[in-house]
Ligand binder design. Structure first.
Ligand code: FPP
Length: 249
């Protein structure tokens, strides 16, 4: 654990009861920028460094998986200039951060339909996944052009095709079969979902995977979500009684 982490860590945090997988809906970049009289893209730039800090904090704490919602299938409806800025930002970040991700043992994985993304971005994504695939320090899933309903439709089509080909029978399909055909097949379901900026929605994010996830919503805008705020979310998580639908006598 780093010295800096030890000095900032909340005394109320129980290090043996941490979530293994945290998912995050990073909302409020635009509002953060507007409040400061800055263009929206500055909010995204700042949001990207918040995400980097969060990933480092997860790794230091021993939280094994972080999944971040960076661009939804609905986000194509934003002004073209903002969409183009985000695509360029993703590409530059990957180029700039790859060395550090390798050194920090980050295993990066992109979830979503990557096919409509700019070719050069797709190349950068494939390259970073290939270069970090054996890392075990922290698993970092980035959802880009991700939509949960689309993910489930794709999974159904792939399963149906296997049935058609006689590789599996319809009666063998169970929850595990579905989970194995989602983009997240390599990760356990999230224990904790954090959404910033106060919206009480899932916004088509991990609808299957969040079935028993604890949800924490904060009014803090994403660029202001620092390690202290994260500690608060983790403390709230630790106070929850997770029963997974079972009644405790
Ligand atoms: C939501 O805020 C944020 C986004 C749609 C973009 C998030 C992207 C990043 C933080 C960059 C991440 C970088 C990598 C490499 C994954 P908003 O624009 O919806 O804010 P608003 O609701 O206040 O308008």
């Amino acid at each position: 654990m780093t010295a800096q982490l030890l000095t900032t860590l909340s005394a109320n945090l129980n290090l043996v009861k941490l979530p293994q997988h945290v998912a995050v809906i990073m909302d409020g970049n635009g509002r953060w920028a507007k409040q400061k009289g800055l263009p929206r893209i500055e909010g995204h730039r700042r949001g990207a460094s918040t995400l980097k800090e969060m990933l480092r904090y997860c790794k230091d704490l021993g939280i094994k998986t972080l999944t971040a919602y960076a661009f939804s299938t609905e986000n194509w409806g934003r002004p073209i200039g903002e969409v183009n800025f985000l695509m360029t930002l993703f590409e530059r970040l990957l180029q700039k951060e790859l060395k550090e991700m390798e050194a920090e043992e980050v295993c990066i994985n992109f979830i979503g339909d990557l096919s409509p993304l700019p070719r050069s971005l797709q190349q950068e994504m494939r390259h970073s996944m290939e270069r970090t695939k054996n890392n075990q320090g922290v698993f970092f899933n980035v959802a880009i052009n991700y939509g949960s309903r689309h993910e489930m439709v794709t999974a159904c089509r792939n399963i149906a095709q296997k049935v058609q080909q006689g590789r599996i029978s319809a009666s063998d399909i169970d929850e595990n079969t579905i989970a194995q055909h989602l983009y997240t097949s390599a990760s356990p379901d999230p224990d904790l979902l954090i959404r910033t900026s106060g919206e009480m929605r899932l916004s088509n994010f991990l609808l299957w995977q969040l079935a028993y996830t604890e949800i924490y919503v904060t009014d803090t805008l994403w660029p202001d979500f620092d390690s202290e705020q994260f500690d608060r979310a983790l403390e709230a998580y630790q106070q929850r009684d997770r029963r997974f639908g079972k009644k405790v006598s």
